[in-house]
Design a protein around this ligand. Structure first.
Ligand SMILES: *Cc1c(COP(=O)(O)O)cnc(C)c1O
Length: 413
């Protein structure tokens, strides 16, 4: 970064500080990851200089020979990776991708049915504070309070009662796999479009560690920056019969020109996801989550649904006498970065809820294994017993940095 360092030393110092931070802390945010050097290079390439409204071969600007090639490459790789009939790689991020799906299939006031936000759903699945909850009639299903699992009988009952235009499967904080055949059957029975939002677990699908929703769903959206380990962006995968409606909803419906440098970085991230090593990455991500979950349960942590079979865990801290916010702040001081989160049956406010969410995509990208998962559980336990003891938190932070120093950071080292 020789130009940045000489021309804007103030910003350069911030980039360096963030690099050091990402090296010396343990990143347990379930939605974050480390991209490769190749993805970083493509993200910062000259494709950032281009405007390309339209689609390959049908642009509203001249000079698209290379942009068309890049977008076609990203589309072909995504089709191959997920077995999709049609792919749109232009959505700016996961939320706009979801808006495009509603724009393609719904009129204002139409009914959608998705997972409750406080049970692991996403804002864009019809939360009251989201445009999706204001402009559409959103109905929500919940987790079973006893098991912490999806209740497919309840989903079916709500679907038949409310007859949603769109049935949504997918989540930001559900630690279990989804049964897409069951969702498909419910959608067929009530005449809904089945929309799967695999933003969180797309990398596990790509690596064969989670069932693939693409054969079942009318339309699937995903971010590219979570378990998929690409740049910040999104894709929509759909059946050929919906291709026109989806493409029109993205452009000109919602967006102007695509971010071509992001498209380039998505293309190269998809190349990585097609390699045999990515299967190992996906399997290790789940294995690490399960080792960490077991180590936390052993220490008395209350995991929603009792454990995990994907990359994430949701912990209800009510039995630990500490709120999610207080826990997350103390853990950050100890060098363990995660987020506070609402839990099913939440009784506190969203800005200081009862739980924390954590995941293993980043630490697995870094090469952490079972031994490191045991250490993380031990550090989390010690931290929550000393949330007000600054000296104890600093001591844990030193131990965390010492471990991190032994593991190179993808894209940086
Ligand atoms: C992260 C996420 C999104 C939104 O992604 P952004 O890129 O932050 O807009 C959408 N849906 C689900 C389920 C997610 O987890």
């Amino acid at each position: 970064m020789s130009a940045l360092s000489t021309q804007d030393p103030e910003l350069f110092a911030m980039v360096k500080a963030e690099e050091a931070y990402q090296k010396s802390t343990i990143r347990l945010i379930a939605s974050e990851n480390y991209v490769s050097k190749a993805v970083l290079e493509a993200s910062g390439s000259v494709f950032a200089n281009k405007y390309s409204e339209g689609y390959p071969g049908a642009r509203y600007y001249q000079g698209q020979i290379n942009c068309d090639a890049v977008e076609r490459l990203a589309i072909e790789r995504a089709k191959k990776l997920f077995g999709a009939e049609h792919v749109n790689v232009q959505p700016y991020s996961g939320s706009p991708a979801n808006l495009a799906v509603y724009f393609a299939f719904c009129q204002p006031g139409d009914t959608i049915l998705g997972l409750n936000l406080s049970h692991g759903g996403h804002l864009t699945h019809g939360s009251k504070v989201s445009l999706t909850g204001k402009w559409l009639n959103a109905v929500h299903y919940s987790l079973n309070p006893e098991t912490g699992l999806l209740d497919y009988d309840e989903i079916r009952k709500l679907a038949l009662e409310h007859r949603p235009k769109v049935l949504i499967a997918g989540h930001s904080a559900y630690p279990r796999q989804l049964d897409f055949a069951k969702f498909r059957a419910i959608a067929d029975e009530c005449g809904a479009i089945l929309f799967v939002d695999m933003a969180h677990f797309a990398g596990l699908v790509a690596g064969g560690a989670h069932p693939n929703p693409v054969p079942y769903a009318d339309v699937v959206t995903t971010t590219t920056h979570k378990t998929l380990r690409g740049p910040r962006g999104a894709m929509i995968l759909c059946k050929e019969k919906h291709a026109k409606a989806i493409d029109k909803a993205v452009f000109p419906g919602l967006q102007g020109g695509p971010h071509n440098s992001t498209t380039a970085a998505i293309a190269t991230a998809l190349r990585e996801a097609l390699l045999p090593e990515f299967k190992t990455y996906a399997a290790n991500t789940v294995k690490n989550a399960q080792v960490l979950a077991a180590a936390l349960v052993k220490r008395g942590f209350n995991l929603v649904s009792g454990g995990t079979d994907n990359h994430l865990m949701l912990i209800d801290l009510n039995n630990k006498n500490v709120s999610g916010k207080v826990a997350a702040v103390a853990l950050e001081k100890a060098g363990l970065v995660l987020n506070y989160n609402t839990v099913p049956g939440e009784t506190r406010k969203a800005s200081d809820p009862s739980g924390i969410r954590l995941g293993t995509p980043s630490v697995t990208s870094r090469g952490f294994g079972a031994a490191e998962m045991e250490k993380i559980a031990e550090w989390m336990d010690r931290t929550l017993q000393s949330v007000e003891d600054e000296a104890a938190l600093l001591k844990i932070n030193a131990e965390v940095s010492a471990l991190c120093a032994k593991f190179p950071v993808p894209g940086l080292d």
